[in-house]
Design a binder for this molecule. Sequence first.
Ligand SMILES: CC(C)(COP(=O)(O)OP(=O)(O)OC[C@H]1O[C@@H](n2cnc3c(N)ncnc32)[C@H](O)[C@@H]1OP(=O)(O)O)[C@@H](O)C(=O)NCCC(=O)NCCS
Length: 280
Amino acid sequence: MDITQFRRNIERLFDIPTAQLPPEAGAIFQEFKSLLNTGAIRAAERTASGWQANAWVKQGILIGFRLGKLVDMSINAQFQFFDKDTYPLHKFTASDSVRIVPGGSSVRDGCFVAAGVICMPPCYINVGAYVDEGTLVDSHALIGSCAQIGKRVHVSAAAQIGGVLEPVGAVPVVIEDDVFIGGNTGVYEGTQIGERAVLAAGVVLTRGSVVYDLVNERVLMATKESPLQIPAGAVVVAGSRAVTKSEFARDYGLSVSSPIIVKYRDVRTDASTALEDTLR
Ligand SMILES: CC(C)(COP(=O)(O)OP(=O)(O)OC[C@H]1O[C@@H](n2cnc3c(N)ncnc32)[C@H](O)[C@@H]1OP(=O)(O)O)[C@@H](O)C(=O)NCCC(=O)NCCS
């Protein structure tokens, strides 16, 4: 398939008001979704200058919401669901080698889930997400829309990887290969986690987070042009910093949350985050 031509079709459809979308729009969208399902296209990819959003892919996802009609997707009278008909559940077969452990997980159509991925119940993988080989998505974890998750990532219980669908030019959350995302963490607003980094339980990272790197004695934060980037191998724990800019804050000894890079990954960290191969 000529992806460049296909991309032009999507961009053309995106500019047409919903009520005037041509009859072929539905078929183009179905083809678009199957390319997302196979991983042939993705919402963001790594280039020589870093991660870039593919705005047209995010436009295609939004076209799906515009085309979709609310339908009854109920399994029976007790187990009811209602959603856009363009976004049913993703269809798997055993030959996909993805383990979806019984018990209430949902993977939405229009996302890539590679062989060897394990989904522990309940978890949710949203449209546009890309989850690469051997990654574990534990119970109560969210892989938000368009999030890009690398190989052998451990997304621990209750970790929330936020979705970034709009604006279409914004790079989604990116978790690179071999990262360990601890329990009860949150990674939002396009934050990028470099390979082999470790987020300790409870760390929350957003565009507004200020992260202190004790090892290199530097302060990391997002800028207008780039999201917050956690360096490869960093071990980030939940921390705080004093609020000193007002007398009130000083009087009450207030502090705000401020994640801290306490070290870079070593053998001790590897031992602390080792995955049990026999469970895989
Ligand atoms: C981050 C983690 C992996 C430990 O990494 P480690 O490399 O073994 O860390 P170390 O024990 O060498 O500790 C290094 C420093 O960080 C501190 N530290 C470690 N974990 C910390 C945490 N969670 N919060 C705050 N500080 C922490 C240590 O006290 C130590 O400080 P010091 O140098 O002043 O003594 C571990 O704390 C953690 O969060 N594991 C994830 C648990 C989890 O979410 N499991 C989910 C299973 S579903």
